[in-house]
Design a protein around this ligand. Structure first.
Ligand code: GLC
Ligand code: CA
Length: 543
């Protein structure tokens, strides 16, 4: 099994760099204040100019939007506010013409309370949908350790289990170890759970046939309940993956699981490093700000100019997963996402942000860029919650395109906008950065082009740490494939640093990106002297 999986990885993932679009906030073409699918289509040239080869679009289906669309009411229909199914089909084909593949966001674990399946399931009479969700056997049985339940919602004399908010009832994939004293807990192979599994495949098939290239799978590890080691959940996904490999071999699935070694052995092509599950992500990029700007109960992340971070807090965790997944699947490190507030740019200069892109775009696996991070858009700590965003809302504001009204996002009146535009008159925007050769956008474009030009920098090329010590800077690593070897050196700290590493090269590395003259050679040892806040990509050996 594991071998088949490795062999069938879609080849296009090797060079892929993804871009996450929160559709509400990207570009509004009809002046209603909400981004839409025609808006994404009209920005495809921009996305292509960045060097992006894959899109992940947050759920764009019919929904009451009590959790920004992660509460689906019809898996087969685009939400009218975003356009039509034909618009989505057009997006798939227009993107593909530009070498860009589109992943939809699949929410398999729960629906909205507005979903017709749930409405039927709520009825007291038994019907086809009674077992589509997880219901206890009495409305009074509302203390179920380990689960969140809602009681008294409908005429059915039972409580339903939720996966997230009260409005997101859990679909019934069964229990790996049903409690014999709780007969309402059904085994995985019961009729209801098996029907739900069938529905999942139908949904996937529908969009893949229409031209989607795969899915980002929401809360992928949450499906089967009471599942120690997530063994039954993993089996379920392996079944899906085997089916995909036969019916849609070019399609890709990436999980929101936060445990790459587990998710990849469950059949996913890729899994995300996330603030939960993998403690390394926060230690790399977000630690200091977890407790709010200015406070320091958690210490510092590695990419901070004060230089108090510890790369090993990320690396030990990363290498654990990397060694277990090498050759089987890929780890995706995102710049951020719609759940992570603050954004990457918070408290960082353009030079500091550039170093993070340099890192992400030279690591193994597949980088994901959250819309707006490529221009250093900032986030907000104090926006009123929108559509179940709560503290996440401030990282979901409209994309900034130009100096025009509403930053070029929409022609709607200010108070009709999905979320307010950054009020700062000096806020970054795409147009201004396209015209400035020193802008973050240009630097990101250049780094993207370098990754594309060098197979040694791409998804499955080898990765070897050359210098990484607790509490010290820089961080130096090597990427290689066949005969090509590339060295990456990063010093996010503001003071100059030195390091010595052993390499077999007889001559000095050639600069691909970043400062020259940082190397000296002493019999087989490379000495690296780096200025504060600097980083570069260097050729050790040409292919
Ligand atoms: C995932 C999504 C998040 C959503 C939740 C429930 O974590 O990224 O935005 O609220 O699942 O579906
Ligand atoms: Ca619109």
């Amino acid at each position: 099994m594991a071998e088949n999986i490795a062999k069938s990885k879609p080849a296009w993932l090797e060079e892929a760099v993804f871009y996450e679009i929160y559709p509400q906030s990207y570009y509004d073409t009809n002046g209603d204040g909400i981004g839409d699918l025609p808006g994404i289509i009209s920005k495809l040239d921009y996305i292509q100019s960045l060097g992006i080869t894959g899109l992940w679009i947050n759920p764009c289906f019919v929904s009451p939007f009590q959790d920004a669309g992660y509460d689906v009411a019809d898996y087969y229909q685009v939400a009218p506010r975003y356009g039509t199914n034909d618009d989505l089909k057009r997006l798939f084909s227009e993107a593909l013409q530009r070498g860009i593949r589109v992943l939809l966001d699949l929410v398999p674990g729960h629906t909205s309370i507005d979903h017709p399946w749930f409405k039927e399931s709520c009825r007291p009479e038994r019907n086809k949908y009674s077992d589509y969700y997880i219901w206890t056997d009495s409305v009074w049985k509302w203390e179920i350790p380990g689960y969140k339940v809602v009681s008294g919602f409908s005429q059915r004399n039972a409580c339903y289990i939720t996966n997230f908010f009260y409005s997101q009832p859990a679909l019934n994939y069964g229990f790996a170890c049903p409690d014999p004293n709780q007969p309402w807990q059904q085994p995985v192979d019961a009729a209801g759970p098996q029907q739900v599994r069938g529905e999942l495949k139908n949904i996937m098939r529908y969009w893949l046939e229409m031209g989607a290239s795969g899915f980002r799978v929401d809360m992928a590890g949450s499906l089967v309940k009471a599942d120690p080691g997530l063994r039954e959940t993993s089996k379920l996904w392996r079944e899906i993956r085997e089916w995909l490999d036969v019916e849609f071999p070019g399609a890709c699935i990436i999980s929101e699981w936060g445990n790459p070694s587990q998710a990849i052995s469950a059949g996913f092509h890729m899994d995300f490093t996330l603030p939960f599950g993998m403690p390394g992500y926060t230690a790399l990029l977000r630690k200091h700000y977890d407790a709010g700007p200015g406070s320091d109960p958690y210490g510092f992340s590695f990419f901070e100019a004060v230089g108090h971070g510890n790369i090993l807090e990320f690396l030990d965790n990363y290498l654990y997963h990397y060694s277990l997944t090498q050759g089987k699947g890929l780890i995706a490190i995102p710049t951020g996402n719609h759940d992570i507030n603050p954004r990457l740019s918070m408290g960082r200069s353009v030079n500091e942000i550039e170093l993070i892109f340099l890192f992400l775009l030279s690591m193994p696996g597949v980088p994901f860029i959250y819309y707006g991070d490529e221009i250093g858009m900032r986030s907000f700590g104090n926006l009123p919650s929108k559509e179940g965003g709560y503290n996440r809302t401030g990282a979901r504001t409209p994309m900034q395109w130009s100096n025009e009204m509403n930053a070029g996002f929409s022609t709607a009146e200010n108070n009709k906008l999905y979320l307010p535009i950054d009020p700062d008159p000096h806020k970054p925007n795409v147009e201004q950065q396209e015209n400035d050769p020193h802008s973050l956008l240009h630097r990101v474009q250049k780094l993207m082009a370098i990754r594309k030009a060098h197979p040694a920098l791409q998804a499955s090329a080898r990765f070897e740490v050359l210098f990484a010590e607790a509490g010290r800077y820089p961080f130096v690593y090597k990427r290689s494939v066949d005969d090509e070897e590339i060295l990456i050196a990063l010093n996010p700290a503001s003071s100059a640093v030195q390091a010595e590493i052993e390499v077999r090269a007889g001559n000095l590395p050639r600069t691909i990106y970043g400062p020259d003259g940082i190397f000296t050679l002493h019999n087989n040892h490379l000495k690296i002297s780096m200025p504060g806040i600097s980083g570069g990509i260097y050729q050790l050996k040409e292919a």
